[in-house]
Every structure is written in C-alpha cells, then in structure tokens.
Design a protein around this ligand. Structure first.
Ligand code: S3P
Ligand code: PEP
Length: 401
C-alpha cells in the first residue's frame, strides 16, 4: 500500500453542526459528510414542521432530532428502521418530559416510534441565575446527553446535567460542548456535571474535519499490508474533537506509526507489535476494527468497555464473535467485561462475512482482503458513514467485484 485515501467528513461533527446551524438560524458548513446519516439529517431539517420523521438507522438523527423537535415545540412523529425501534431512548424521553415536552411511546415503552405533542416549559421555580438541573444516566448512550445539551441554551433557565453511572463515549460529549461553544454558547464540562447557560446561538461558519472512525479502516490496512507500506489520509487534524483519534495510540501497538503532515496524517508500517489491554469506553466505534486486525496479526489484546456495542446497529459483540470464528479467531469473555482476542491459526480463504445491517462490520473485515480473497455480504451498508469506501479501496489497488 502506497498512496492517498479520501475519507468522508466526520458524521458526528456534521450532525451536531447541522442541529446547531438550525438553532442559530445560519452559518455556513463546509465539508459536510456525504454519509447517509448526515444527508438524512440535512434533508429532515429542511422541513422541521413535517408530520413524520424517519431517522432510518441513524442513532444521532433519532436522538438529536428528538431533542431539537421537542424543544422547539413541534407536533410530530419520529420513527426509524426495525433495529432503531430496538435501540433505547427512555433516558432522553424522561429528561425531555421533565423539561416540559409531551412525548408518547407509540410502540414499546422506552423505544421509538415517538409521538411529540408540543412543549409546555414547566416553571421549575428556578431562581434567577440558577440553571434547571436534571440527573441523567451516562451509561447507555452519550447521544442523549448531547441531544439535551444542544437545546440547553434555548431553555429559559439553561440546563445543568448531573451524569450518573459510568459515563461512556465521553469524547462525544466534549465534542458537543466544543461545537456549541463555537456557535457562541456559554457551556462547560465540570466532570460529572455538564452545563449550558441560557443564551442565543450565533450563526457561525465551520469546516468539518475528516472522520477518524473511518480512518481506522485504513490504519488496519496499513497494519496488514507488506512491510514498507505507507498511506496519507487528508483532512485529519492533530488537535481533533473526535475521540476516535485514539486509533493513533492503539495502532502504534499494532505496528502503524502516525506522522502529522500538512493537512492530514501519513501512516507507515513499523512491523513492531506488542500485546496490550484497551478500554473502549471512550471510543466504542473502534472496537471492531481493532479486534479484527489484532486477530489477523495474532496479537493478544484484552478489550474492555464494550457494553454499548450490544445496542448499536446490531449486537456488535455477537456479530464479531460469530464472524471472527470463521477465520479461526475468537473474542472470549475472560472475566466480566474483559474480552480476549485470540486465534488458533488465522486464515483468509474465501470466507463470506455477514454484516448484520452494520457498516462497521463490513469495513472492519474488508482489510482482510490483503491476506486472501473474501466476500462481504450486503456491502452497501457502508453508505451509513462512508459511501465511497469501496471505490476508495479500488483506487488503492484492491480488486472489488
Ligand atoms: O454522538 C455521536 O456522534 C456518537 C456517539 C457514540 O454513541 P454512544 O454515545 O451511543 O456510545 C458513537 O458510537 C456513535 O457512532 C456516534
Ligand atoms: C453507533 C454508530 O452510529 P449511531 O449510534 O449514530 O447509529 C456508528 O456509527 O458506529
């Protein structure tokens, strides 16, 4: 591997920036993602008075729009794919109800679809200058917290969230606060407390960074490619708001060195690999990439912080265990919450990988094509976050049929 690969723009930054742009009433966004999750968000926000919103399989769209539509007093219906109707939303709905939203579950209690019927801010007897305070669980999805924070400045008394339990995906909460500040909000991260003071967002321009989660698949390819391989990835920043920049330190242990160059990074293969332990609480979207590469290289890795993987696009732990087994690789729970990657001789010899409606299953296994032929089922799943993934692989010299 030698060359340059084009990454999509960050869908997490894009989907926050679109909500903030809508709340601010303007500001130009450059390099918005072409991911379906972002294109969908953009389309839905064009018509905020629609009687029905379909968030498809996009968690950020479902959660961020629920917050936005509730807090702007809309009467509407929100739904998604069959899998989205299995992804919990009670923490967000409970919090929004406490703030004054009328929300009804149309199916199973605690899950979409939702019916929103306006907003009657409860006079919470908050004294002048005091913020409205709520306790919110942080151990299911950070997207509820981001959704609440973004509408925080628009509430009469702002919002202070007291986070309870083990808070997962924290860098995504920090990204939300950073972008809110960029759009003029007075908000801060005080550890177990996050808060937003009441105030107006200012229309502000922003250029979206490239997507570090998408970069992880190219790191995987450099790790598996012949010695001497290198690759440049434009549009990634040294000072990033994306927690998945953690891939830099993780892949250093799997033999990939990162150098920040003008407008991006240059990856080179060092060939030096060491067993390690990694907590994915802050970067759950990297877990599949790392499990597959570690198995293929025969590097023993102990993975923890995988709890949220069970409620994403699919049960990602089950999907990984099932598909890795076809390659002679295992993800075994050694002690509670600690999963060991091991193999009894990894081989790639024409296997078929099922993708479980999960873009990250397709992209995490694709780099194995460097070791032998394989078939990825339902390859179009990548459109959720990286529509150009297969064409970029072809440009890099892979034979994609
Ligand atoms: O806020 C975001 O943009 C995201 C937060 C994370 O979800 P959880 O907070 O549910 O872990 C992550 O897995 C998802 O891909 C994007
Ligand atoms: C979990 C993901 O997305 P979401 O929760 O936004 O559907 C993901 O992109 O891996």
């Amino acid at each position: 591997m030698r060359g340059t690969a084009q990454l999509p723009a960050s869908k997490s930054e894009s989907n926050r920036a679109l909500i903030l742009q809508a709340l601010a009433g303007g500001g130009q966004l450059d390099n918005l993602s072409d991911a379906n999750d972002t294109q969908l968000m953009q389309r839905l926000l064009l018509n905020p008075d629609a009687p029905r919103f379909d968030a498809e399989d996009a968690g950020t769209v479902m959660r961020f729009l629920t917050g936005y539509l509730a807090a702007t007093g809309r009467h509407t219906h929100l739904t998604g794919t069959a899998r989205m109707l299995e992804r919990p939303i009670a923490v967000l709905v409970d919090a929004l109800r406490q703030l004054g939203a009328a929300i009804r579950y149309e199916g199973q209690e605690g899950y979409p679809p939702l019916q929103l019927s306006g907003w009657n801010p409860t006079d919470d007897a908050t004294e002048a200058g005091e913020l409205t305070e709520l306790s919110v669980r942080g151990d299911i999805s950070s997207q509820y917290i981001s959704a609440l924070l973004m509408v925080g400045p628009t509430l009469p008394h702002g919002l202070r969230l007291r986070l309870t339990g083990k808070v997962g995906s924290r860098p995504y909460i920090r990204m939300t606060l950073a972008l809110m500040q960029h759009f003029g909000a007075d908000c801060r991260d005080l550890g177990t407390v996050v808060e937003a003071r009441p105030g107006r967002y200012q229309p502000t321009d922003y250029t979206i960074e490239s997507d570090w989660s998408a970069a992880s698949y190219w790191y995987a390819m450099v790790a598996l490619a012949p010695a001497g391989s290198w690759l440049t990835l434009p549009g990634l920043r040294r000072y990033s708001w994306q927690g998945d920049q953690a891939i830099v330190a993780i892949m250093a242990q799997l033999g990939v060195a990162t150098e920040y160059v003008q407008d991006g990074v240059r990856l080179t293969q060092t060939g030096t690999r060491t067993p390690f332990t990694q907590d994915f609480t802050d970067c759950p979207d990297l877990a599949q990439t790392v499990a597959v590469v570690a198995a293929a290289l025969g590097v023993s890795v102990l993975m923890s912080g995988l709890e949220s993987l069970r409620i994403k696009e699919t049960d990602r732990i089950f999907a990984l265990q099932t598909e890795m087994a076809n390659f002679g690789a295992y993800l075994t729970e050694e002690t509670e919450g600690h999963f060991r990657v091991s193999t009894d001789g990894f081989r790639v010899s024409g296997q078929t990988v099922a993708t479980y409606h999960d873009h990250r299953m397709a992209m995490a296994f694709a780099p194995l094509a460097l070791l032998g032929p394989l078939t990825i089922e339902a390859p179009q799943v990548v459109r959720k976050s990286y529509p150009q993934f297969w064409s970029e692989l072809e440009k890099a010299g892979f034979n994609v049929a």
